[in-house]
Design a protein around this ligand. Structure first.
Ligand code: ADP
Ligand code: MG
Length: 282
């Protein structure tokens, strides 16, 4: 576990200040985010939950640089990366792991892992392969997988490779949008332990969207609950469970209590969203 002193040396502070996002202002004019303000400390693991269609992916995409915001600002380590005038393109300092995965199917695991640093000319091919092997070893992915193609990997292993690929780029921030949604419970449990190891070893700020409340409480330092659309932060619940965390805590009274707090906040918003007939796109 990182001490507070160690964390203060880690980069990756995110500040969103009164962020608003209107899709298609001249046409449909859909307000996805309004006055959305949040802070994520360097090296903090923050989860976001909220009803479908409330604006979670919209916010993550704006942090990642995939889309712009129409009001407010987002800062990374004090520098504005998103505002109505600025949209800093996707960059290795903010790596995203998606729900449906994004490995190149025609490249082997090793080629997938080394692609980013080589293309960005951050490493030679030899250096990238060496670094990939080092990270695979540290994070416990067997070298025997390096010549396999993504199609021959289980869904859990694909996610593992994607997370390693993100870590190899040495980002300040890891952004995860429901990455384990399609996994069965056993694979999901494995990925949780894996991600907790990544968090401890790689010391990244993590912003993770999920609809799985147990996952939210088990992994994070803090859970943010988003309101129904237009999304803003409804409440936050600090998860004061010591690390390292073992899955057996999920039956403890304190865990159940925290999960109930999150569930109550989400349920209230989900009912509103349901009444408004919200649908999610992705
Ligand atoms: P969540 O991730 O919380 O389910 P999203 O951020 O994907 O929600 O979407 C928020 C709202 O914005 C939804 O009503 C969705 O339909 C709408 N939306 C998302 N992307 C677009 C887009 N490209 N154009 C228009 N509306 C969009
Ligand atoms: Mg989404």
């Amino acid at each position: 576990m990182l001490t507070d002193v160690q964390r203060s040396n880690v980069e990756g502070e995110i500040r969103a200040n009164n962020v608003g996002k209107i899709y298609d202002p001249e046409g449909v004019n859909l307000c996805a985010l309004e006055n959305c303000t949040l802070e994520i400390a360097p090296g903090e693991f923050v989860m976001m939950v909220g009803p479908s269609g409330c604006g979670k992916t919209t916010l993550l995409n704006a942090i990642a640089g995939f889309s712009n915001v129409t009001s407010g600002t987002i800062q990374l380590d004090g520098k504005i990366i998103a505002s109505p005038d600025i949209q800093q393109s996707p960059n290795a300092d903010r790596m995203v792991v998606f729900q449906n995965g994004a490995l190149f199917p025609w490249k082997t695991v090793m080629q997938n892992l080394t692609y980013g640093p080589i293309v960005q000319k951050k490493m030679s091919k030899e250096q990238a392969v060496e670094e990939a092997r080092r990270v695979m070893k540290t994070l416990g992915l067997s070298e025997s997988t390096e010549d396999l193609y993504p199609n021959s990997l289980s869904s859990g292993m694909k996610r593992q490779v994607e997370i390693i690929r993100a870590v190899i780029n040495n980002p300040k921030v890891l952004l995860l949008d429901e990455p384990f949604r399609a996994l069965d419970n056993i694979s999901k449990g494995r990925m949780h332990r894996y991600l907790l190891d990544v968090f401890t070893i790689a010391r990244k700020t993590i912003f993770f969207i999920t609809h799985d409340l147990e996952e939210a409480v088990f992994l994070s330092d803090r859970v943010l609950v988003m309101t129904t659309r237009p999304g803003t932060i409804k409440s936050e619940i600090s998860i004061d469970i010591p690390r390292p965390r073992d899955f057996r805590i999920i039956t403890s009274e304190h865990f159940v209590e925290l999960k109930k707090k999150v569930a109550d906040a989400v349920r209230e918003e989900a009912l509103k969203a349901f009444e408004a007939g919200e649908r999610e796109l992705a």
